[in-house]
Structure formats: C-alpha cells, structure tokens
Design a protein around this ligand. Structure first.
Ligand SMILES: Nc1ncnc2c1ncn2[C@@H]1O[C@H](COP(=O)(O)OP(=O)(O)OP(=O)(O)O)[C@@H](O)[C@H]1O
Ligand SMILES: [Mg+2]
Length: 264
C-alpha cells in the first residue's frame, strides 16, 4: 500500500475467453473508494472470473485494470497484492495445519517471509519472529471475533470461522481493497449476520474499498452502496441497489436462471 486513502479500481473493456467460450465480453466497472460495490448475477455470469482478473490470477484477453491511475493489467498476483488488493476466495484458502494465530502471523510477515515453507519453519525455529507478530495477530483475531480460537488448527474451524480467519489475514496484510467472493455463502443465519456486521465495521472504520460478490439479496441490501448486475459475461445494468434489484428485467433473469437466495 502506498498511502492510506481508499483506492478506486477501474475495469475497462475487460474480455476473457476460455477456449471458444466468452466468459467476459466487454466489462466496464468501478470499485468506488471507501464504499461497498456489489456484483450480483446468476451462476456462471462471470463474477469470479472478473475478480480473478483483478487480482492477477487470470490475465484478460483485452481491457485494462487500474488502481487509482496505475495500470495493473496482467501484473503478477503478488505484485497486485502488494499494491493493496486482497481477496477472500469463494473456496476460502487458509493453512489448515497451522493454528489460527499462526495463520495470521504468516500474513503479517513480509512477503519474502510469507513463502509458506519459510514461514512455517521460521515460526518454530525463531521464537523472536513469533513474538514480534503475536500481539498484532491477536489484535486482528479480536477484530473478527476469533481470539478465543487462536490455538485451534485452521482446519478445525467451521467454514464460517475459516472465512472470518481469511478476513483477519486480509486485515493483517493491510489490504486497502478487499474483494469478497460470496462472504456469506454456506453460512448459518447467525453467522451471516455476524459477517454483515463485520463488513460494515470494516468499511466504516478502515480506509478501504470493498467489492463483494453475493447471491443473498438480503446481504446486498444491507451492504451495497453501488450494485452491478452481471449476466452472461456482461454488465446487464448497474446503479444504486434499488435501481438494480427492483429492475423487472433483473428480477426475471435472476429468478428464472439462478438458485439465488432471495429476500427473506
Ligand atoms: N478456468 C476456466 N476454464 C474454463 N471455463 C471457465 C474457467 N473459469 C470459469 N469458466 C467458465 O466461465 C463462466 C463464468 O464463471 P465464473 O466462475 O466467473 O461465474 P460466477 O459468476 O462467479 O458464477 P457463480 O455465481 O456460480 O460463482 C462459467 O461458465 C465457467 O464455467
Ligand atoms: Mg463465482
């Protein structure tokens, strides 16, 4: 991260083809600074693909991605992460055989040290490294409400807690733009409420921008400042959530084509 202002991320003319299948046709979107932007749409619309392009995990066939005015198109994922973009993956990626605390300590370590093998061996060989990061790691865990699970192995947490742990790791990274791919999918109603509160706290207390992908429209209504509805690789419409979610065409497409978790 270069400064403390939340970044603006701009995607322009993004195209991505897998074989002969056009997953993204011509996508323009902006992740607004200090706000939550939501990407919704039926399964297979291209939402996750778009996030992968943003993080550098996939390269677009055409188009540009910019953080503020810096062109990051096609950069390596670790460089984009260094510029402050952090992602909660749809399938949640943590170190299952490390404790919850160690998972966060590893995220706090410098990128060179963060090579999982290096980090894992250093943690046990070098108590000094461990202590240096311990307090800050606990602070990150407190933020997401996982402090009482600090000595539990990551793999022993529930799926929802693993998502919280992933977010604690993004906080540790000091990511200034959080991309959250279905943060409430497969969570209990109680855990969903907790996640909503956590995301609200993050956007109001930290100088960050957030983009989230969601199928649960209740979550979108609670969180989104600006909403993009994607369909078959395109932005079908975008605007304030009422403007998008009340659009009769969107309702028909969504209800007709996806297993959306709708308003409860
Ligand atoms: N690596 C890949 N190779 C081939 N096809 C892919 C690949 N990644 C994604 N696709 C296809 O691209 C389309 C968009 O996938 P994507 O995962 O972006 O959808 P999504 O909007 O995130 O859907 P969901 O809501 O189900 O997560 C889908 O048809 C998917 O099968
Ligand atoms: Mg997806």
């Amino acid at each position: 991260m270069t400064d403390n202002r939340p970044p603006t991320i701009t995607l322009k003319g993004i195209k991505k083809t897998f074989g002969s299948f056009q997953a993204l046709k011509q996508v323009d979107a902006t992740i607004l600074p200090g706000r939550i932007s939501a990407f919704v749409g039926p399964n297979g619309a291209g939402k996750t693909t778009l996030f992968h392009i943003l993080t550098g995990n996939l390269k677009p066939d055409a188009g540009t991605v910019k953080i503020n005015n810096k062109n990051i198109t096609g950069m390596e994922p670790w460089r984009i992460a260094e510029l402050g973009v952090g992602k909660l993956f749809q399938d949640v990626r943590i170190f299952e055989n490390m404790t919850v605390l160690e998972n966060v300590v590893v995220a706090l370590m410098k990128r060179k040290e963060e090579n999982p093998l290096y980090a894992f061996t250093s943690l046990f060989k070098n108590k000094e490294i461990y202590n240096r990061y311990n307090d800050e790691a606990m602070h990150c865990l407190e933020y997401v409400g996982l402090e009482s699970r600090s000595t539990t192995l990551g793999g022993e947490l529930s799926f929802g807690q693993q998502k919280l742990l992933s977010i604690a790791r993004l906080i540790a990274h000091k990511s200034s733009c959080l991309l959250l791919d279905e943060p409430t999918a497969a969570l209990s109603p109680t855990m969903t409420k907790e996640m909503i509160k956590l995301i609200q706290r993050l956007i109001s207390e930290k100088d960050i921008s957030i983009a989230l992908i969601e199928h649960n429209m209740t979550v979108v209504r609670e969180l989104a400042f600006y909403t993009y509805f994607m369909h078959e690789g395109e932005i079908f419409c975008h605007g304030t959530q009422n403007c998008v979610l009340e659009n009769p065409d969107v309702r028909e497409l969504y209800m007709g084509l996806s297993g959306v978790t709708n308003e409860k």
